[in-house]
Write a protein that binds this ligand. Structure first.
Ligand code: AMP
Length: 512
């Protein structure tokens, strides 16, 4: 099935429904959205783009980003969305690696990209070249098949070069159907806000809101701005959006400052990185039960596990000391309906519940493989399971708790220490805004635990206090032996903390 069919269907069923918004301002109804995508599809075709050709998008969020994706799929081409925060050289690597023929970009990136990617035709959406492509009557939907390539999802590459996960209509359908079952019953009255990059989770979730014919709102700033989101909530109501945990922390801070309790926000789906117990409790304290967690990766988009609204609600009403509820709230939930999840040992066999191993996924959401990389594909998909590279443990009820990636585990005195546990303990202290825990090579212990911290503005705390704080919560051998205070933590373009960078800068006892 062609993924553009959902827009076509919505335009036929509900032509006059509001579809695209720039901030609070409507720019198209469903008929208009479909017509614009259709005429851009005609322009792409006239420009020589054929089924299977790769067409990239390297620009900040805007409504025409969504229009362009629909146009690409309509003619059977493959969308290659690239995070706009990447460096132009990184984007050029992706264009070259994917053999992209045409790339949509904006005024901010067009010049730099044109110089770096001579083999790709660059179309600046802010320039006349884009308007010239909006031509002609819409071509019919290309008869895309279930296992055709439609989205080349370049992974964030926190370790090495990004790889292109090949996603098919079957993958996107599995993701969308699982969303209705496990995440949220999306409805026509919802306003889906593209608060995070469309190239990533926010864009993947467009399908859900096309299926129900809801409003698609791209913030006027094209980025994540907490106050803008809170303003949109007041004006548009029923906001639903995907956000990374760091965005939620910022949003909650802004909401607290202006006395917002989250009115006008229906659902916030969070994921993409660890959400700490202290942070989700704090978020629910301000916003109540508007949260759902998902755990996924580009290789099985947004679809591994989900921690449902109900699980958040139960944890909220339970005593904070209730160990089962705390364990569940710190977990990433249970396998989504579309897939099976297992925790595998080194022999690739499922481990008993409670034991930590590599998280593996099987089902229709799993990618076809990596673009032009059979070796990486074979390493990732073995024995029918996608090996996520994430470490975790399942409990008897099927809740998955993620531990750290194997390369992040600290081995001190021969014992494994999972940074996440130490991070959870430190974040429980009011003076700690952000933390990331790494191992530092040590002649006696092999490695010692080092905490890299960001202080809450205006707060003071000394290491003796933090040491006592940790000893009260975790085993003594896990507590940090050194503290590094930083103005902020290094993060990649997706907001994920770069432990590799922290290790490079702070894994020696000499000041960086
Ligand atoms: P990406 O492919 O860029 O979306 O990155 C996927 C990776 O982000 C996963 O393999 C996990 O390491 C991490 N991740 C995604 N969702 C979560 C979550 N809910 N909690 C913790 N880590 C997550």
């Amino acid at each position: 099935m062609n993924p553009a069919r959902w827009l076509e269907r919505a335009a036929l069923l509900w032509p006059q429904r509001p579809a695209l918004f720039r901030g609070a301002e409507q720019v198209a109804d469903y008929a208009g959205f479909e017509a614009r995508a259709g005429s851009l599809a005609a322009g792409l075709k006239a420009a020589g783009i054929a089924p299977g050709d790769r067409v990239a998008l390297f620009l900040a969020n805007r409504t025409d980003y969504l229009v362009a994706m629909q146009a690409i799929w309509r003619i059977g081409a493959v969308a290659v969305p690239i995070n706009a925060k990447l460096h132009e050289k990184e984007a050029a690597f992706i264009l070259d690696h994917s053999g992209t023929r045409l790339a949509f970009t904006d005024a901010a990136h067009a010049g730099g990209l044109a110089a770096l990617a001579p083999a790709t035709r660059i179309v600046d959406m802010d320039g006349p070249g884009f308007d010239a492509l909006l031509s002609g009557p819409p071509p019919p939907l290309h008869p895309t098949k279930q296992d055709d390539l439609v989205w080349l999802f370049y992974t964030s590459g926190t370790t090495g070069r990004p790889k292109g996960a090949m996603l098919t209509p079957a993958n996107l359908q599995a993701m969308a159907m699982s969303y209705f079952a496990d995440v949220d019953a999306a409805e026509a009255a919802d306003a889906k806000v593209y608060a995070a990059p469309i190239s990533h989770g926010a864009g993947l979730y467009q399908f859900i809101y096309l299926i129900v014919g809801a409003r698609h709102v791209v913030p006027a700033s094209g980025a994540f701005d907490s106050d803008e989101i809170l303003d949109l909530a007041e004006t548009l109501d029923r906001l639903c959006f995907f956000a990374a945990p760091t965005m939620i922390r910022r949003l909650i801070g802004a909401a607290r400052a202006r006395g917002s309790r989250g009115d006008g926000i229906r659902t916030i789906v969070y994921g993409g990185g660890p959400m700490y117990l202290a942070d989700i409790r704090d978020a629910m304290d301000q916003f109540g039960t508007r949260f759902v967690q998902i755990y996924g990766q580009g290789e099985t988009p947004m679809t591994i596990t989900a921690l449902h609204r109900q699980a958040h609600a139960e944890a909220l009403v339970a005593d904070q000391g209730d160990p089962i509820q705390a364990h569940r709230l710190a977990s990433v939930g249970v396998a989504q309906a579309a897939c099976e999840v297992a925790v595998l040992g080194e022999d690739d066999q499922p481990l008993p519940h409670g034991e930590i191993g590599e998280v593996a996924v099987r089902g229709p959401s799993v990618m076809k493989g990596y673009w032009n990389d059979p070796a990486a594909t074979e390493a990732a998909i073995r024995g029918g399971w996608l090996h996520t590279g994430d470490m975790g443990a399942l409990d008897d009820a099927g809740f998955l708790t993620l531990h750290d990636r194997s390369k992040d585990v600290i081995i001190s005195g021969g014992t494994n220490i999972y940074p996440r546990e130490v991070e959870e303990a430190l974040l429980d202290h009011p003076a700690v805004a952000e933390v990331s825990v790494i191992g530092r090579p040590d002649p006696e212990w092999g490695e010692i635990v080092v905490a890299c911290l960001v202080r809450e503005p205006g707060a003071t705390v000394d290491e003796v206090t933090l040491d006592a704080h940790c000893t009260a919560r975790i085993a003594r051998f896990k507590r940090p032996k050194a503290y590094v205070w930083l103005p902020d933590l290094p993060k990649n373009a997706y907001g994920k903390v770069l432990k590799t960078e922290l290790r490079r800068l702070h894994a020696s006892d000499r000041p960086a």
